[in-house]
Design a binder for this molecule. Structure first.
Ligand SMILES: Cc1ncc(COP(=O)(O)O)c(C=O)c1O
Length: 397
C-alpha cells in the first residue's frame, strides 16, 4: 500500500473549500428568506445559466433524469413510440424513454468519440415506423455530432433531445454550449457533475418559446395557471437552496473547466509520449496498449467531465487494483451496455449488433481528472499508470 495521500476520483469537500464561505452565505440567505421551492433564487439561477450557456431559456427541475423525462413528454413521446439513443450511457438516458411507455432503440457508438454514431443512426432511422425523437448523449463532456443529428431530425421531422447531463461547459463551436443547438438540452446538477448541486438538480435548455412554457407547466404537475392543470406533469421543481448554491458554483465553473483541461492535456501528452494511441486506434498496434481520448476537432471543446482510457479487457481489473494499492482511485463508466440492463429488456430494441459499445464496456476506465489534481498528483497518476500497464503487458503477452 502507498503511504502517499489517496488521489480520489473526485473530492467534493476539497473542491468546495475555496468557496465555502460563499456557499454558507447563500444557504443562510435562503434559510432566512423563507422561500424554499422555486422563487427568486431559482429564477436568478435560470437567468445566469441561460447567460452562461447562451440558451434563450433555462428551466430548472429536480434532476437530470427529470430533465430528460420532461423533455420527452414535451416532445409528445408516448406509449409505443420509438426514440433512438446510445446504449453506452447512464441508465436514465433510456429509462426516461421507457417510463413513458416508449421504446429506446439502441444505436452503436463511434469508436473515435464513444458518442452515438451519426451514420449508424441514419441507417436505423429508415427502419423505424414510430420514431418520435433522436436522443444523442454528450458522453464524458464531449459534444455529440449535434449539427448532423439536428439536420437529420429536420429531414425526417423529429426533434433532437440532447442528453448534455455530463457536458455543461463543453462547446460545439466558439459560442455554442452543449445543449443549446438541439430542441431541448438536458443538464444534470448531480453532485459529481462539473456543476454539481449539494443534492439533486437539473435543467433544460431550449430556444423554443412554446416548448419552454410547456416545460415550466410540466415541472409543476402540468399546471398552466393557478388551480388549472392542463396535462399530467411531474413534481420536479428546483429547490431554492440548490439554486442558491449553484449560483455560487456557476461563478467558479470557468476556472474549474480550465483546471480540468490542464489535467487532461497533461495526461494526453504523457500517454502519447509513452506510446499510447487515441480512441479509435487498434489497441494491439499501440506501443503502450492503451487508448486515450482524442482532442475533439476544433472549434469543439470538451468539458473533460471524465478522462476515460481504454485498456486490454484482460488487464483492466488487475490494473485498477494495482493503481488502488498505489493510492489512485479509478472508476468504470459503463461496465454494462443499456441494451443488457434487465430493467430495459422488454422496452429496448437493438436492431444491429452494438460492437463498439460492447468493446467499450469491457475496456474503459476513468482516471482522476478534476480541479483538485495538482501537478504532483497528475504526475503520480501517469507514472503509476504507465509503469503498471508496461508490467502487466509482459505478464499477458
Ligand atoms: C448521461 C447522463 N444522463 C442522465 C443523467 C441523469 O442525471 P441525474 O443523476 O441528475 O438524474 C446522468 C447523471 O448521472 C448522466 O450521466
Amino acid at each position: 500500500m502507498s503511504s502517499a495521500p489517496t488521489i480520489k476520483i473526485l473530492d467534493l469537500p476539497a473542491l468546495h473549500s475555496g468557496i465555502r464561505d460563499r456557499i454558507m452565505e447563500s444557504i443562510e440567505r435562503v434559510v432566512d428568506g423563507g422561500q424554499y421551492v422555486m422563487g427568486e433564487e431559482v429564477e436568478a439561477f435560470e437567468q445566469e445559466l441561460a447567460r452562461f450557456t447562451g440558451a434563450k431559456h433555462a428551466i430548472g427541475c429536480g434532476s437530470g433524469s427529470d430533465a430528460l423525462s420532461l423533455s420527452l413528454q414535451a416532445a409528445d413521446v408516448g406509449p409505443g413510440d420509438e426514440v433512438l439513443c446510445p446504449a453506452f450511457s447512464f441508465f436514465s438516458t433510456a429509462s426516461s424513454i421507457a417510463r413513458l411507455g416508449a421504446h429506446p432503440v439502441f444505436v452503436d457508438i463511434h469508436p473515435q468519440s464513444l458518442n452515438m454514431d451519426l451514420e449508424a443512426t441514419k441507417e436505423i432511422v429508415s427502419e423505424c415506423t414510430r420514431l418520435k425523437a433522436l436522443l444523442p448523449v454528450d458522453l464524458f463532456g464531449r459534444v455529440a455530432q449535434i449539427d448532423g443529428f439536428v439536420n437529420l431530425g429536420e429531414e425526417i421531422g423529429v426533434p433532437v433531445i440532447e442528453d448534455a447531463a455530463q457536458a455543461i461547459g463543453a462547446r460545439d463551436g466558439e459560442l455554442a454550449c452543449a445543449g443549446t443547438k438541439a430542441r431541448m438540452g438536458c443538464i444534470s446538477f448531480y453532485p459529481s457533475k462539473n456543476l454539481g448541486a449539494l443534492g439533486e438538480g437539473g435543467a433544460i435548455l431550449t430556444a423554443d418559446e412554446a416548448v419552454a412554457e410547456r416545460l415550466r407547466n410540466l415541472r409543476t404537475h402540468g399546471q398552466s395557471a393557478p388551480n388549472h392543470f392542463t396535462e399530467l406533469g411531474f413534481n420536479s421543481r428546483l429547490d431554492a437552496l440548490q439554486a442558491a448554491i449553484l449560483r455560487v458554483k456557476l461563478q467558479a465553473l470557468p476556472e474549474w473547466l480550465r483546471a480540468r483541461k490542464e489535467v487532461a492535456s497533461y495526461y494526453d501528452a504523457k500517454l502519447s509520449e509513452a506510446g499510447a494511441l487515441p480512441w479509435g486506434s487498434m489497441l494491439s498496434q499501440a506501443e503502450l496498449p492503451l487508448l486515450y481520448p482524442p482532442t475533439p476537432p476544433k472549434p469543439a471543446q470538451s468539458a473533460h467531465h471524465q478522462y476515460t482510457i481504454q485498456v486490454l479487457p484482460e488487464m483492466r481489473e488487475t490494473l485498477r487494483s494495482r493503481l488502488s494499492q498505489r493510492g489512485i482511485e479509478t472508476a468504470i463508466y459503463y461496465a454494462v451496455g443499456l441494451h443488457e440492463q434487465p430493467a430495459l429488456a422488454k422496452h429496448g430494441r437493438t436492431p444491429r449488433p452494438l460492437t463498439i459499445t460492447d468493446e467499450a464496456t469491457r475496456s474503459v476506465m476513468s482516471l482522476p481528472c478534476h480541479p483538485g489534481i495538482n501537478s504532483d498528483a497528475r504526475s503520480r497518476v501517469m507514472t503509476a499508470l504507465v509503469e503498471e500497464v508496461k508490467d502487466l503487458v509482459q505478464l499477458i503477452r
